[in-house]
Design a protein around this ligand. Sequence first.
Ligand SMILES: Nc1ncnc2c1ncn2[C@@H]1O[C@H](COP(=O)(O)OP(=O)(O)OP(=O)(O)O)[C@@H](O)[C@H]1O
Ligand SMILES: [Mg+2]
Length: 524
Amino acid sequence: MSAEQAEVRLAAGALRTVRALLPGCSVAAGLVRNPARTLRYVDGLGRDRGMLLEGQALVAAYRSMRERSTQMIPFEDDKPAGRQLFSTPINGLDGLPIGALQVLTEAKRLPPSFVSALEAVTQVIGDTVQQHRLNRDLQHSLNQLFLVYEVGRLFNLASSLDEVLLQVRDQLSGTLNFHTCCIMLVNERRTLVPEAGIGIDKGWMQEARPTLSRSVAARVLEAGAAVQITDPVELGNLDMPLLENGVPPASVLSAPLRTRMGMIGVLELYTAAPYAFSVDEVFLLSVLAAEVATAVENSQLYIHLREKEGRLTVLAHKLIHSQEEERRRIARDMHDGLAQMIVSAYQYLQAHAFTVPEGSDRHSLERGMALLTECIDESRNVIFDLRPSTLDDFGLVLALRQYLSQLETDLGWQVEFSLVGQVGPLPAALETAIFRMVKEALTNAKKHARAERVLVRLAAKGKTMTITVRDWGQGFNPREASTRRNGQLGLMGMKERVALLNGAFSLRSKPGTGTLIRIVLPLE
Ligand SMILES: Nc1ncnc2c1ncn2[C@@H]1O[C@H](COP(=O)(O)OP(=O)(O)OP(=O)(O)O)[C@@H](O)[C@H]1O
Ligand SMILES: [Mg+2]
C-alpha cells in the first residue's frame, strides 16, 4: 500500500469516528502533500462534504493551520442558516500543521468536550500520516541507495555501452518511469557522438552528430551540473534527438559524464510529453551519470588495453618467427660451411693416414682424427639444437622420436613416448612451438631433476591437443621457483608461448615426486 493510499484509509477511519460522535454532520479531511503547501481534499462524509475545504471553509482551514488551533465559525455560505463550521489543524510529529479536519453541523447541542475529541482525532491522524511519510521517505532513500549500488555493480560487469544504458533504463524505469535515454560522448571536434540510445530514432543515432554548442550538453558543461529544459522555444533552438516515433522530445534532462579527464559526454533522459523533472529525479540521474562515466572510462581503457595487447601479440609472434628463421639460417650455415670443412679436414687426415707406415709414430695423427670426430658429433648436436632438420623434413612426431632416442642412448633414460588420436600434420609454427616446449621440459628434467625416467604424450582430441611431459625426478616447489628471478627463462618462455597460442599451461611438482607439465593448445 502506498503512503497516499494509507492516508486516504486513515482519513476515512477518522471521519467515521467524528460522524459517530456527531451523527448527521458533514466532515472532510485535507492534507498538504506538495512543497507549495497547498491543502488537498483527501476524503469526506455527509451530505455537505463538497462544501468543506472550499471557499469560506478553505479560508478557515488555512487560518486554523496558521494559528494552530480549532476555529469555530458560523457557516454563511449557504442555506440553511445557523450551521457551524469547526476547523481543526492536523499536526505532524514535529508540531507543524500538515492538514485540517473540518466539521459542518446544524446541531444545537454538541457532545461534551467535542472540540477536545476533534483535536484528539486529528492528533492521531497527524502522527500516523507523518509516520507513514517518514517510512516512505526512508524507503525511497533506501531504494535510491540500493539502485546506485546495484547500478555500480552491474556497470562493472557490463562490457559495452549499450549494456550500460540498458542497465540505466531498467534501473530508472523502476523508479522514475522513463524509457527513453541516450549516452553521447564529446569527440575532439567538439561534436557529440551518440554512443548508445534507447527509444531514440535509429537513423538519428547513426547519422546525427550534434555540435556541442547547439546542444544541452554545452549548458551542462557551463553549469557543471545536470540541466533540464522543458520550454518548447528553447528546445526548438537546440539539436535534439528524435524519439522513436520521429518527434522531438518535449522535455530533456541532461547530466554530465565526468571522469578524471574532465567532462566526456552526457547522459540524457527525454519525455514525449512536457514534464518537469523533480529535484529527486535530477539528483538520481546525476548519481547514475557518475557511475556511467566510470563505466565509459573503464570500457575505453579496456578497449585501449585490448588494442595494445593485440599489438604485443603480433610483435611476439614476429619475434618468435624471426628467432626461428635466424636459428635455421645459422644451422644451415654451420651445416654447409663449418661442418663440411671439419668433415673434409677429417677426410684429408684419413687419406694421409694411409701413407704413414704402420709402426711409425702415428699418435698425433690419430689424436687429431679423434678430435675431429668429436667435433663432427658436437657440431651435429649444435645444429640439431638450433633447428632439427627432421622437424622441417618429417614433422614434429619424428623430430621428437629422434630427440628422445638420443636422450635414451646418451643418458640411459627410460623414455616413454605415446601418441593418442590423429596427431598432425600441424601448422609449422605450432610444431616448432611444441617441439621447443617439450625440449625445454626435458632439458629441465636433465638439468634439475636428475631424472632417469620420463614420459612424453601428445593427445589430439577434437580441436585441442594436449601435451604432457612427466619426469620421475627430484621435483621442486614451483612457488619458490617462481619467486626466484635470476635469469631463468625456460618455464616463463613456455608459459608465454602457450599464452600466445591461446592455450592453457599447468605445472605440478613437489620435492620427491617428480614434475608434471600439461599444455592444452587449440588446433585452430
Ligand atoms: N623438471 C624439473 N625438476 C626439478 N626442478 C625443476 C624442473 N623444472 C624446473 N625446475 C626448477 O625450476 C627452476 C626454473 O626453471 P626454468 O626452466 O624456468 O629455468 P632454468 O632451467 O633454471 O634456466 P633456463 O631454462 O632459463 O636455462 C629451475 O631452476 C629449477 O629449480
Ligand atoms: Mg630451463
